[in-house]
Write a protein that binds this ligand. Structure first.
Ligand SMILES: NC(=O)c1ccc[n+]([C@@H]2O[C@H](COP(=O)([O-])OP(=O)(O)OC[C@H]3O[C@@H](n4cnc5c(N)ncnc54)[C@H](O)[C@@H]3O)[C@@H](O)[C@H]2O)c1
Length: 434
Protein backbone atom coordinates (compact mmCIF):
# COMPACT_ATOMS: atom_id res chain seq x y z
CA UNK A 1 0.00 0.00 0.00
CA UNK A 2 1.13 3.54 -0.73
CA UNK A 3 2.36 5.68 2.18
CA UNK A 4 -0.61 6.75 4.32
CA UNK A 5 -1.57 10.42 4.26
CA UNK A 6 -2.47 11.32 7.82
CA UNK A 7 -4.83 13.68 9.63
CA UNK A 8 -4.67 14.21 13.38
CA UNK A 9 -7.86 15.64 14.88
CA UNK A 10 -7.35 17.43 18.22
CA UNK A 11 -4.02 19.22 18.74
CA UNK A 12 -3.47 18.90 22.48
CA UNK A 13 -1.17 16.88 24.72
CA UNK A 14 -1.88 13.76 22.64
CA UNK A 15 -2.41 15.15 19.14
CA UNK A 16 0.63 17.44 19.04
CA UNK A 17 3.29 14.82 19.76
CA UNK A 18 1.52 12.34 17.48
CA UNK A 19 1.38 14.79 14.54
CA UNK A 20 4.99 15.89 15.00
CA UNK A 21 6.23 12.30 15.30
CA UNK A 22 4.25 11.05 12.28
CA UNK A 23 5.65 13.97 10.24
CA UNK A 24 9.18 13.28 11.48
CA UNK A 25 8.82 9.71 10.17
CA UNK A 26 8.08 11.05 6.70
CA UNK A 27 4.25 11.01 6.70
CA UNK A 28 2.41 13.94 5.21
CA UNK A 29 0.32 15.19 8.15
CA UNK A 30 -2.45 17.71 8.56
CA UNK A 31 -3.55 18.63 12.08
CA UNK A 32 -7.15 19.73 12.67
CA UNK A 33 -8.45 21.56 15.74
CA UNK A 34 -11.54 23.65 16.47
CA UNK A 35 -9.29 26.21 18.16
CA UNK A 36 -7.79 28.59 15.62
CA UNK A 37 -4.94 29.53 18.00
CA UNK A 38 -3.85 25.88 18.20
CA UNK A 39 -3.70 25.60 14.41
CA UNK A 40 -1.93 28.97 14.12
CA UNK A 41 0.68 27.99 16.72
CA UNK A 42 1.43 24.73 14.88
CA UNK A 43 1.71 26.52 11.54
CA UNK A 44 4.16 28.94 13.17
CA UNK A 45 6.20 25.93 14.37
CA UNK A 46 5.43 26.77 18.00
CA UNK A 47 4.37 24.31 20.67
CA UNK A 48 0.91 25.31 21.96
CA UNK A 49 1.48 23.45 25.25
CA UNK A 50 2.94 24.76 28.48
CA UNK A 51 5.61 23.08 30.58
CA UNK A 52 8.88 21.40 29.84
CA UNK A 53 8.55 18.90 26.95
CA UNK A 54 12.05 17.71 26.07
CA UNK A 55 12.65 17.50 22.30
CA UNK A 56 9.07 18.16 21.23
CA UNK A 57 9.31 21.88 20.43
CA UNK A 58 12.36 21.32 18.25
CA UNK A 59 10.72 18.40 16.43
CA UNK A 60 7.56 20.41 15.77
CA UNK A 61 9.51 23.39 14.40
CA UNK A 62 11.57 21.08 12.17
CA UNK A 63 8.66 19.19 10.57
CA UNK A 64 6.62 22.37 10.00
CA UNK A 65 9.62 24.01 8.32
CA UNK A 66 10.07 20.92 6.13
CA UNK A 67 6.43 21.17 5.04
CA UNK A 68 5.53 17.73 6.48
CA UNK A 69 3.01 19.11 9.02
CA UNK A 70 0.44 21.86 8.69
CA UNK A 71 -2.67 22.62 10.69
CA UNK A 72 -6.15 23.89 9.97
CA UNK A 73 -9.58 24.30 11.54
CA UNK A 74 -11.30 22.85 8.48
CA UNK A 75 -12.34 19.20 8.36
CA UNK A 76 -12.35 19.31 4.55
CA UNK A 77 -8.64 18.53 5.01
CA UNK A 78 -9.79 14.93 5.74
CA UNK A 79 -10.93 14.45 2.13
CA UNK A 80 -7.56 13.24 0.82
CA UNK A 81 -6.44 11.48 4.02
CA UNK A 82 -6.16 7.70 4.30
CA UNK A 83 -5.43 7.53 8.06
CA UNK A 84 -7.33 9.81 10.45
CA UNK A 85 -6.30 9.87 14.11
CA UNK A 86 -8.78 11.17 16.69
CA UNK A 87 -7.16 12.79 19.75
CA UNK A 88 -9.89 15.05 21.15
CA UNK A 89 -10.53 15.35 24.88
CA UNK A 90 -13.11 12.96 26.36
CA UNK A 91 -14.14 14.39 29.73
CA UNK A 92 -16.86 13.33 32.17
CA UNK A 93 -19.88 15.44 33.07
CA UNK A 94 -20.96 16.67 36.51
CA UNK A 95 -22.60 13.27 37.19
CA UNK A 96 -19.34 11.45 36.31
CA UNK A 97 -20.80 10.12 33.07
CA UNK A 98 -18.81 10.18 29.80
CA UNK A 99 -19.23 13.47 27.94
CA UNK A 100 -18.74 12.44 24.32
CA UNK A 101 -19.87 15.75 22.83
CA UNK A 102 -16.41 16.70 21.54
CA UNK A 103 -15.80 13.20 20.26
CA UNK A 104 -19.14 13.14 18.46
CA UNK A 105 -18.52 16.63 17.08
CA UNK A 106 -15.20 15.55 15.60
CA UNK A 107 -16.60 12.26 14.25
CA UNK A 108 -19.53 14.02 12.63
CA UNK A 109 -17.20 16.19 10.57
CA UNK A 110 -14.76 13.38 9.87
CA UNK A 111 -17.68 11.24 8.63
CA UNK A 112 -18.87 13.99 6.32
CA UNK A 113 -15.43 14.46 4.82
CA UNK A 114 -13.64 11.11 4.83
CA UNK A 115 -13.06 9.17 1.67
CA UNK A 116 -13.65 5.50 0.92
CA UNK A 117 -10.92 3.23 2.25
CA UNK A 118 -10.00 5.55 5.10
CA UNK A 119 -8.87 4.12 8.42
CA UNK A 120 -10.01 6.03 11.51
CA UNK A 121 -7.85 5.43 14.58
CA UNK A 122 -9.18 6.71 17.90
CA UNK A 123 -6.39 7.54 20.36
CA UNK A 124 -8.66 9.30 22.88
CA UNK A 125 -9.52 7.35 26.02
CA UNK A 126 -13.06 5.94 25.82
CA UNK A 127 -15.66 4.42 28.08
CA UNK A 128 -15.71 0.75 26.98
CA UNK A 129 -18.22 0.11 24.16
CA UNK A 130 -17.94 3.69 22.85
CA UNK A 131 -16.16 2.45 19.70
CA UNK A 132 -19.20 0.38 18.75
CA UNK A 133 -22.00 2.52 20.21
CA UNK A 134 -20.74 6.01 19.30
CA UNK A 135 -17.71 5.99 16.98
CA UNK A 136 -18.79 3.39 14.42
CA UNK A 137 -22.41 4.58 14.38
CA UNK A 138 -21.58 8.28 13.98
CA UNK A 139 -19.11 7.61 11.18
CA UNK A 140 -21.54 5.30 9.31
CA UNK A 141 -24.41 7.75 9.70
CA UNK A 142 -22.46 10.83 8.60
CA UNK A 143 -20.47 9.20 5.79
CA UNK A 144 -23.20 6.94 4.43
CA UNK A 145 -20.49 4.27 4.26
CA UNK A 146 -20.37 0.80 5.77
CA UNK A 147 -17.83 -0.09 8.45
CA UNK A 148 -15.48 -2.85 7.35
CA UNK A 149 -16.44 -2.63 3.69
CA UNK A 150 -15.92 1.10 3.01
CA UNK A 151 -13.84 2.28 5.96
CA UNK A 152 -11.82 0.78 8.82
CA UNK A 153 -11.70 1.43 12.52
CA UNK A 154 -9.00 1.00 15.16
CA UNK A 155 -8.53 2.06 18.77
CA UNK A 156 -4.97 2.70 19.88
CA UNK A 157 -5.26 4.47 23.25
CA UNK A 158 -2.42 6.85 24.03
CA UNK A 159 -0.03 6.43 26.97
CA UNK A 160 1.69 9.82 27.08
CA UNK A 161 2.10 11.95 30.17
CA UNK A 162 2.78 15.70 30.36
CA UNK A 163 6.52 16.31 30.76
CA UNK A 164 7.31 13.03 28.98
CA UNK A 165 5.19 13.32 25.85
CA UNK A 166 7.87 12.53 23.29
CA UNK A 167 9.62 9.94 25.42
CA UNK A 168 6.48 7.92 26.15
CA UNK A 169 5.15 8.01 22.60
CA UNK A 170 8.47 6.77 21.21
CA UNK A 171 9.26 4.16 23.89
CA UNK A 172 6.10 2.68 25.36
CA UNK A 173 4.33 -0.49 24.21
CA UNK A 174 1.00 0.14 22.48
CA UNK A 175 -2.25 -1.79 22.42
CA UNK A 176 -3.88 -1.78 18.99
CA UNK A 177 -7.53 -2.78 18.82
CA UNK A 178 -8.94 -3.19 15.34
CA UNK A 179 -12.13 -4.35 13.65
CA UNK A 180 -10.23 -7.05 11.73
CA UNK A 181 -6.74 -8.43 11.09
CA UNK A 182 -6.23 -6.31 8.02
CA UNK A 183 -6.93 -3.10 9.95
CA UNK A 184 -4.62 -4.12 12.80
CA UNK A 185 -1.89 -4.84 10.23
CA UNK A 186 -2.40 -1.44 8.65
CA UNK A 187 -2.29 0.40 11.99
CA UNK A 188 0.70 -1.70 13.09
CA UNK A 189 2.62 -0.60 10.00
CA UNK A 190 2.30 3.00 11.20
CA UNK A 191 2.84 2.51 14.95
CA UNK A 192 5.89 0.31 14.42
CA UNK A 193 7.59 3.40 13.00
CA UNK A 194 6.62 5.54 15.98
CA UNK A 195 7.60 3.47 19.02
CA UNK A 196 10.42 1.13 19.88
CA UNK A 197 8.00 -0.51 22.35
CA UNK A 198 6.06 -3.68 21.48
CA UNK A 199 2.71 -3.55 19.69
CA UNK A 200 -0.08 -5.70 21.09
CA UNK A 201 -2.93 -6.52 18.70
CA UNK A 202 -6.43 -7.04 20.07
CA UNK A 203 -10.10 -6.18 19.48
CA UNK A 204 -11.80 -2.83 20.10
CA UNK A 205 -13.53 -3.59 23.41
CA UNK A 206 -10.38 -5.10 24.94
CA UNK A 207 -8.34 -2.04 23.94
CA UNK A 208 -10.96 0.25 25.51
CA UNK A 209 -10.98 -1.72 28.78
CA UNK A 210 -7.18 -1.96 28.92
CA UNK A 211 -6.72 1.82 28.74
CA UNK A 212 -9.31 2.72 31.34
CA UNK A 213 -8.25 -0.18 33.59
CA UNK A 214 -4.57 0.79 33.53
CA UNK A 215 -5.41 4.29 34.75
CA UNK A 216 -8.03 3.10 37.24
CA UNK A 217 -5.44 0.64 38.60
CA UNK A 218 -2.97 3.47 39.18
CA UNK A 219 -5.64 5.57 40.84
CA UNK A 220 -6.51 2.71 43.22
CA UNK A 221 -2.82 2.17 44.03
CA UNK A 222 -2.37 5.86 44.85
CA UNK A 223 -5.52 5.79 47.00
CA UNK A 224 -4.08 2.84 48.91
CA UNK A 225 -0.85 4.76 49.55
CA UNK A 226 -2.89 7.77 50.65
CA UNK A 227 -4.89 5.68 53.09
CA UNK A 228 -1.71 4.20 54.57
CA UNK A 229 -0.36 7.77 54.87
CA UNK A 230 -3.46 8.85 56.81
CA UNK A 231 -3.04 5.86 59.14
CA UNK A 232 0.67 6.66 59.61
CA UNK A 233 -0.16 10.23 60.59
CA UNK A 234 -2.51 8.97 63.30
CA UNK A 235 0.06 6.45 64.55
CA UNK A 236 2.99 8.88 64.45
CA UNK A 237 4.92 6.99 61.78
CA UNK A 238 6.51 8.16 58.52
CA UNK A 239 4.57 6.75 55.54
CA UNK A 240 7.56 7.16 53.23
CA UNK A 241 9.73 4.97 55.43
CA UNK A 242 6.85 2.49 55.69
CA UNK A 243 6.55 2.49 51.90
CA UNK A 244 10.29 1.94 51.47
CA UNK A 245 10.17 -1.07 53.76
CA UNK A 246 6.92 -2.46 52.28
CA UNK A 247 8.61 -2.42 48.89
CA UNK A 248 11.48 -4.56 50.18
CA UNK A 249 8.97 -7.44 50.07
CA UNK A 250 8.83 -9.04 46.61
CA UNK A 251 5.76 -8.35 44.44
CA UNK A 252 4.85 -5.18 46.37
CA UNK A 253 4.71 -1.82 44.64
CA UNK A 254 3.31 0.65 47.11
CA UNK A 255 2.88 4.02 45.43
CA UNK A 256 3.65 7.48 46.76
CA UNK A 257 1.03 9.19 48.90
CA UNK A 258 0.44 12.89 48.28
CA UNK A 259 -1.76 15.95 48.15
CA UNK A 260 -4.18 14.57 45.55
CA UNK A 261 -4.52 13.28 42.00
CA UNK A 262 -5.11 15.57 39.03
CA UNK A 263 -4.74 15.79 35.26
CA UNK A 264 -7.08 15.04 32.42
CA UNK A 265 -6.87 11.25 32.82
CA UNK A 266 -6.69 9.68 36.30
CA UNK A 267 -9.62 11.58 37.84
CA UNK A 268 -11.97 10.57 35.02
CA UNK A 269 -10.80 7.27 33.50
CA UNK A 270 -11.99 5.14 36.47
CA UNK A 271 -15.44 6.69 35.95
CA UNK A 272 -15.37 5.83 32.22
CA UNK A 273 -14.69 2.22 33.18
CA UNK A 274 -17.17 1.96 36.04
CA UNK A 275 -19.94 3.69 34.10
CA UNK A 276 -19.63 1.17 31.28
CA UNK A 277 -19.36 -1.64 33.82
CA UNK A 278 -22.03 -0.46 36.23
CA UNK A 279 -23.93 -3.74 35.88
CA UNK A 280 -21.05 -5.29 37.86
CA UNK A 281 -21.69 -2.80 40.70
CA UNK A 282 -18.04 -1.69 41.07
CA UNK A 283 -17.18 -0.44 44.57
CA UNK A 284 -13.40 -0.26 44.87
CA UNK A 285 -12.71 2.26 42.10
CA UNK A 286 -15.33 4.81 43.22
CA UNK A 287 -13.99 4.51 46.78
CA UNK A 288 -10.43 5.09 45.56
CA UNK A 289 -11.64 8.19 43.72
CA UNK A 290 -13.21 9.48 46.92
CA UNK A 291 -9.98 8.89 48.89
CA UNK A 292 -7.88 10.71 46.29
CA UNK A 293 -10.37 13.56 45.95
CA UNK A 294 -10.28 14.05 49.73
CA UNK A 295 -6.50 14.60 49.89
CA UNK A 296 -6.44 18.36 49.08
CA UNK A 297 -8.96 18.82 51.92
CA UNK A 298 -6.75 16.78 54.22
CA UNK A 299 -3.88 19.13 53.32
CA UNK A 300 -6.12 22.04 54.32
CA UNK A 301 -6.81 20.34 57.67
CA UNK A 302 -3.07 19.89 58.21
CA UNK A 303 -2.54 23.57 57.40
CA UNK A 304 -5.23 24.74 59.84
CA UNK A 305 -3.79 22.49 62.58
CA UNK A 306 -0.24 23.69 61.98
CA UNK A 307 -1.30 27.34 62.09
CA UNK A 308 -3.25 26.73 65.28
CA UNK A 309 -0.04 25.44 66.90
CA UNK A 310 1.52 28.85 66.21
CA UNK A 311 -1.50 30.73 67.56
CA UNK A 312 -2.69 31.79 64.12
CA UNK A 313 -5.71 31.23 61.91
CA UNK A 314 -5.96 31.21 58.13
CA UNK A 315 -7.89 34.50 58.29
CA UNK A 316 -5.03 36.40 59.92
CA UNK A 317 -2.27 34.75 57.89
CA UNK A 318 -0.49 35.40 54.63
CA UNK A 319 -0.57 32.09 52.79
CA UNK A 320 1.53 30.82 49.88
CA UNK A 321 0.36 27.88 47.76
CA UNK A 322 3.46 26.44 46.12
CA UNK A 323 2.64 24.75 42.81
CA UNK A 324 -0.51 25.02 40.73
CA UNK A 325 -0.18 22.49 37.92
CA UNK A 326 -1.29 18.92 38.56
CA UNK A 327 2.16 17.45 37.99
CA UNK A 328 5.82 18.20 38.65
CA UNK A 329 7.35 20.61 36.10
CA UNK A 330 4.26 20.61 33.90
CA UNK A 331 2.08 23.53 32.84
CA UNK A 332 -1.08 21.40 32.79
CA UNK A 333 -3.60 22.72 35.35
CA UNK A 334 -6.45 20.30 34.58
CA UNK A 335 -8.13 18.99 37.74
CA UNK A 336 -5.14 20.14 39.75
CA UNK A 337 -5.48 19.35 43.49
CA UNK A 338 -4.15 22.90 44.03
CA UNK A 339 -7.47 24.31 42.77
CA UNK A 340 -9.63 23.31 45.81
CA UNK A 341 -6.80 24.38 48.11
CA UNK A 342 -6.54 27.83 46.52
CA UNK A 343 -10.32 28.21 46.55
CA UNK A 344 -10.54 27.27 50.23
CA UNK A 345 -7.76 29.66 51.21
CA UNK A 346 -9.35 32.73 49.63
CA UNK A 347 -10.36 33.92 53.11
CA UNK A 348 -6.70 34.28 54.13
CA UNK A 349 -5.34 37.76 54.88
CA UNK A 350 -3.08 37.36 51.87
CA UNK A 351 -2.92 34.61 49.23
CA UNK A 352 -0.07 34.01 46.84
CA UNK A 353 0.17 31.16 44.37
CA UNK A 354 3.55 30.24 42.97
CA UNK A 355 4.12 28.23 39.81
CA UNK A 356 7.03 28.31 37.37
CA UNK A 357 4.88 27.17 34.42
CA UNK A 358 1.43 28.72 34.86
CA UNK A 359 0.43 32.37 34.69
CA UNK A 360 -2.95 31.91 36.29
CA UNK A 361 -5.06 29.29 38.06
CA UNK A 362 -8.62 29.35 39.42
CA UNK A 363 -8.85 33.08 38.67
CA UNK A 364 -5.65 33.86 40.61
CA UNK A 365 -2.48 35.21 38.98
CA UNK A 366 0.60 33.24 39.92
CA UNK A 367 3.89 34.57 41.26
CA UNK A 368 6.93 33.45 39.27
CA UNK A 369 9.63 33.96 41.91
CA UNK A 370 9.34 31.50 44.82
CA UNK A 371 11.18 33.92 47.13
CA UNK A 372 8.52 36.57 46.51
CA UNK A 373 5.82 34.02 47.30
CA UNK A 374 7.42 33.00 50.60
CA UNK A 375 8.63 36.43 51.78
CA UNK A 376 6.67 37.53 54.86
CA UNK A 377 4.26 34.57 54.59
CA UNK A 378 2.89 32.74 57.63
CA UNK A 379 2.11 29.47 55.91
CA UNK A 380 3.41 27.75 52.77
CA UNK A 381 1.55 24.76 51.37
CA UNK A 382 3.64 22.74 48.90
CA UNK A 383 1.19 21.06 46.53
CA UNK A 384 3.50 20.13 43.63
CA UNK A 385 7.06 18.79 43.70
CA UNK A 386 8.40 21.17 41.06
CA UNK A 387 12.15 20.53 40.84
CA UNK A 388 12.94 24.12 41.87
CA UNK A 389 11.43 23.49 45.32
CA UNK A 390 13.99 20.85 46.24
CA UNK A 391 16.63 23.59 46.15
CA UNK A 392 14.88 25.75 48.78
CA UNK A 393 16.83 25.42 52.03
CA UNK A 394 15.16 25.31 55.47
CA UNK A 395 17.43 28.21 56.48
CA UNK A 396 16.06 30.40 53.67
CA UNK A 397 12.50 29.47 54.63
CA UNK A 398 13.21 30.36 58.25
CA UNK A 399 14.80 33.67 57.20
CA UNK A 400 12.23 34.98 54.74
CA UNK A 401 8.88 33.75 56.09
CA UNK A 402 7.21 35.73 58.87
CA UNK A 403 5.92 32.60 60.60
CA UNK A 404 7.69 29.59 59.12
CA UNK A 405 4.87 27.03 58.87
CA UNK A 406 5.29 24.49 56.08
CA UNK A 407 2.75 21.93 54.92
CA UNK A 408 4.44 19.48 52.57
CA UNK A 409 2.00 17.65 50.31
CA UNK A 410 4.71 15.93 48.26
CA UNK A 411 7.47 14.84 50.63
CA UNK A 412 9.83 17.50 49.27
CA UNK A 413 11.59 18.31 52.53
CA UNK A 414 13.21 16.33 55.32
CA UNK A 415 11.34 16.50 58.64
CA UNK A 416 14.64 16.46 60.53
CA UNK A 417 16.24 19.32 58.62
CA UNK A 418 13.11 21.39 58.98
CA UNK A 419 12.98 20.73 62.72
CA UNK A 420 16.65 21.63 63.07
CA UNK A 421 16.04 24.96 61.33
CA UNK A 422 13.18 25.74 63.73
CA UNK A 423 10.33 25.40 61.26
CA UNK A 424 6.79 24.21 62.01
CA UNK A 425 6.67 21.40 59.46
CA UNK A 426 3.94 18.92 58.71
CA UNK A 427 3.55 16.70 55.70
CA UNK A 428 1.10 14.22 54.20
CA UNK A 429 2.02 10.88 55.77
CA UNK A 430 4.45 12.45 58.26
CA UNK A 431 4.37 13.30 61.91
CA UNK A 432 4.56 16.84 63.26
CA UNK A 433 7.99 18.46 63.86
CA UNK A 434 8.39 21.52 66.00
N1 LIG B 1 -3.06 14.36 28.48
C1 LIG B 1 -2.55 13.16 28.62
O1 LIG B 1 -1.49 13.01 29.22
C2 LIG B 1 -3.25 11.94 28.03
C3 LIG B 1 -2.61 10.71 28.12
C4 LIG B 1 -3.22 9.59 27.59
C5 LIG B 1 -4.48 9.71 27.00
N2 LIG B 1 -5.09 10.91 26.96
C6 LIG B 1 -6.42 10.97 26.34
O2 LIG B 1 -6.26 11.57 25.05
C7 LIG B 1 -7.38 12.41 24.74
C8 LIG B 1 -6.91 13.83 24.48
O3 LIG B 1 -6.33 14.35 25.65
P1 LIG B 1 -5.44 15.66 25.61
O4 LIG B 1 -4.81 15.75 26.94
O5 LIG B 1 -4.59 15.69 24.40
O6 LIG B 1 -6.58 16.77 25.48
P2 LIG B 1 -6.35 18.31 25.14
O7 LIG B 1 -7.47 19.04 25.75
O8 LIG B 1 -4.94 18.71 25.48
O9 LIG B 1 -6.47 18.36 23.57
C9 LIG B 1 -7.65 18.09 22.90
C10 LIG B 1 -7.72 18.98 21.68
O10 LIG B 1 -8.87 18.59 20.94
C11 LIG B 1 -9.48 19.76 20.45
N3 LIG B 1 -10.87 19.46 20.13
C12 LIG B 1 -11.91 19.31 20.98
N4 LIG B 1 -13.04 19.03 20.31
C13 LIG B 1 -12.69 19.02 18.99
C14 LIG B 1 -13.41 18.77 17.81
N5 LIG B 1 -14.73 18.50 17.83
N6 LIG B 1 -12.77 18.84 16.63
C15 LIG B 1 -11.44 19.12 16.60
N7 LIG B 1 -10.69 19.35 17.69
C16 LIG B 1 -11.32 19.29 18.88
C17 LIG B 1 -9.32 20.77 21.55
O11 LIG B 1 -9.48 22.08 21.08
C18 LIG B 1 -7.90 20.46 22.03
O12 LIG B 1 -6.93 21.24 21.34
C19 LIG B 1 -8.32 12.26 25.93
O13 LIG B 1 -9.23 11.23 25.66
C20 LIG B 1 -7.41 11.83 27.06
O14 LIG B 1 -8.09 11.11 28.05
C21 LIG B 1 -4.50 12.04 27.45
Amino acid sequence: MAQERCAVVGLGYVGIPLSALLASKGYDVVGIDVLRERADAVNAGKLPLKGDEPGLGEMLARVVKKGKLRATTSFSACKDRSAIFVCVDTPIDADKRPDNSKLEGALTWIGRNMREGAMVVVESTLAPETMSSVVAKTLERESGMKLGKDFKLAHCPERVMPGRLLFNITHYDRVIGGIDRQTIKRATAIYSKLTRGKLHPTDLITAEIVKTAENAYRDVQIAFANEVALICEKLGADAFEVRRLVNTCPFRDMHLPGAGVGGHCLPKDPWLLTQSGKAANPKLMPTARAVNDSMPFHVLDLAANALRRTGRTVEDSVVAVMGASFLQDSGDPRNSPSIPVIESLRGAKGLRVHDPFLEEIAGTDTVKDWKKALEGADLAVFMVSHKAYARISPQTIKKIMRTPVIVDGRNIFSSEKMKKAGIFYIGVGKGFSE
